[in-house]
Design a protein around this ligand. Structure first.
Ligand code: S3P
Length: 170
């Protein structure tokens, strides 16, 4: 593998599940950006948000993008907000990484994240509205960032089969 593949998309789109499966299939390392940030910071993402605010998290995320994009080729599951920032998109482009968008509908996100309390941005009583609004706002940004897009509303094996048909290595 000559370059990394960064999976991009909204919370609950399957970046981690699909990324891990692809990495295993292709025998390359897998890195989850939120796990990387948590290890660097020594605390959970939700704790970073609670104690230091979103702006601090975005700074750590920007640093993580720089380090991971420059590292050895691997599959990277980015955080759902990371590639809404043009600076981070540019970082991945500078290192010739391919950006792959896992495209999902709000209902898919709501179904998958039912009962989840690990996403600070969705810890709200009006979760459905929050998902719809944020996804509508972010979708055009994801689309600008992405080199490739796949429908990821189905089960992971279906999404993986779609990804395997893409010319990701050209
Ligand atoms: C965020 C998504 C999360 C995590 C943080 C912020 C976002 O990652 O980075 O809670 O802004 O969408 P996942 O997409 O892996 O849930």
């Amino acid at each position: 593998m000559q370059h990394s593949v960064a999976l991009c998309g909204f919370m609950g789109c399957g970046k981690t599940t699909v990324g891990k499966a692809l990495a295993k299939k292709w025998d390359v390392p897998f890195v989850d950006m939120d796990d990387y940030i948590e290890a660097e910071a020594g605390m959970r993402v939700s704790e970073i948000f609670d104690r230091f605010g979103e702006a601090r998290f975005r700074t750590l995320e920007r640093e993580a993008c720089k380090t991971l994009a420059a590292g050895k080729p691997c599959i990277i599951a980015t955080g759902g907000g990371a590639l809404t920032f043009p600076e981070n998109v540019q970082t991945f482009r500078d290192h010739r990484c391919r950006i792959l968008l896992l495209d999902v509908q709000p209902q898919t996100v709501l179904r998958r994240l039912e009962g989840d309390a690990t996403r600070p941005l969705l810890n709200r009583p009006d979760k459905e509205e929050a998902v719809k609004e944020l996804l509508a706002k972010r979708l055009p940004l994801y689309q600008v960032a992405a080199d490739f897009t796949v429908d990821a509303n189905g089960e992971a094996p279906e999404t993986i089969a779609r990804i395997e048909m893409l010319p990701l290595w050209e």
